[in-house]
Write a protein that binds this ligand. Sequence first.
Ligand SMILES: Cc1cc2nc3c(=O)[nH]c(=O)nc-3n(C[C@H](O)[C@H](O)[C@H](O)COP(=O)(O)OP(=O)(O)OC[C@H]3O[C@@H](n4cnc5c(N)ncnc54)[C@H](O)[C@@H]3O)c2cc1C
Length: 468
Amino acid sequence: MHIDRQHVFWASALPTLAPRSPLTEHRQVDVAIIGAGFTGLWTAYYLKTLAPHLDIAVLEAERVGHGASGRNGGWVVGNIAGLERHIGSLPMEQRRFCCQVLADNVDEIGHTLSRAGIDADFHKGGAIYAAARYRDQIAIQQDYLAHLHELGHSERACHWLNADQLAEKALFRNGYGGIYHRQVATVNPVKLVTGLADMVERLGVTIHEQSRAIAIGSGEVSTHGGTLEAPTIVCATEGYAERFHDLWRHVIPVQSLVIATEPLSEATWQEIGMAERPAFADASRLINYGHRTADDRLVFGARGTYRFGGKPKVDHAISDADIRMRRDLLVDLFPPLEGIKITHGWGGSLGLSRNFRPHVVLDRKSGIATVGGYAGEGVAASHLFARTLADLILERDSKLCRMPWAFTNASHRELLKRWEPEPLRWLAAQAITFSYAAEETLMKHHKSTPLLKPTLTRVNDYFASIIE
Ligand SMILES: Cc1cc2nc3c(=O)[nH]c(=O)nc-3n(C[C@H](O)[C@H](O)[C@H](O)COP(=O)(O)OP(=O)(O)OC[C@H]3O[C@@H](n4cnc5c(N)ncnc54)[C@H](O)[C@@H]3O)c2cc1C
């Protein structure tokens, strides 16, 4: 399936590309990569850059960028989901080092793109995590900032903005204050993933589209049309993992939906600010985030959902009701947007690991690597983790190989927990969503509920401690 240009704003102005040839033969290569999203393509890029003699082939079930890489919200975050689980118990010096690696990753993406001449609208405007709707959000965001510092993020990377400082960056309906995170950029992800594919092909990597992996074993991966024999096989299938491999038991798809407005007039931008084009989110456990695009629209995503049975979202279109709900949330943040036209709405699946943290696993015994579990923060992380995997495969003694998320001496089966069977997963997802929504409603209506509110907060803090 093509990236749907009617629904996905990022693809709407780009030319339609001719499909690449599927795999139709038996080939021997050094590395076979399954999945042509950011993880698969960055892995190919770093392997080929560091070891140009390697013969590398990428198999993609559909087209380049079919998965989350071709349909995300475009944030490039100097952080990873579940960071605390990886580094929470390390000494402060090591925590700071890990945070620095994550922060530097954003700049490295920018430098690599500019060196390679890939125009993906990379723009480093930082991100605002705002208390933008209710007073209660101030304490939530201040606690979060303390948590970021405790984890090892520097004061320079993340600091507090009071209401006036926030207003200089963005004019929210109730801009009480917020966190400014310097190490966040934004991109057009479709330009990025297609630019990456062209770049790795120029380096000599073969990409086979419409080549679905249907069986994998130690040293071999098969499609309906052919087979790749390779000592190293990389599974970079994330939220689109299929049953040819048991990774789907450890990483499940969660749907995430995004909208784009029409280009906004200069007068509207005067009313909502964002001259520096920062990314923004407001304090909500239900998640919302957006940014001002290179062509002066707002792209805004909110509220993930889990589908019974862990089915990935294959098509791109979303319903009118889903678009309306996100539009209303956006207008709630920025009232001058009332009446604005929403031109695009799309969705896809991200990968959530049962360990609630991303991983790079190279099982040297079987030669099979699995990378991902990024949750909603994989645009930058996929670059760092792919680079790490390339170093692991090439047995380079780099600092990346010593990161707490990199493993070489076990398989994903030993390192990653398995998800519970249905209906448990679905019921848990419903309970968490309901509880988060109830807490948000109380905050919104400033309800004085002396027992209910603190109880809900405690329950939701507990949920968050499990899944965030
Ligand atoms: C709507 C949405 C918004 C998001 N917003 C952000 C954001 O703003 N910032 C951020 O950091 N992250 C965001 N994410 C997450 C981010 O996009 C992903 O973490 C990242 O793109 C993952 O890249 P990947 O290459 O690992 O996986 P994917 O891009 O999902 O690629 C996996 C590929 O594997 C292929 N595949 C699957 N099975 C097979 C098979 N059997 N054979 C061959 N190929 C196969 C699929 O077709 C797919 O192309 C968002 C995700 C979604 C869905």
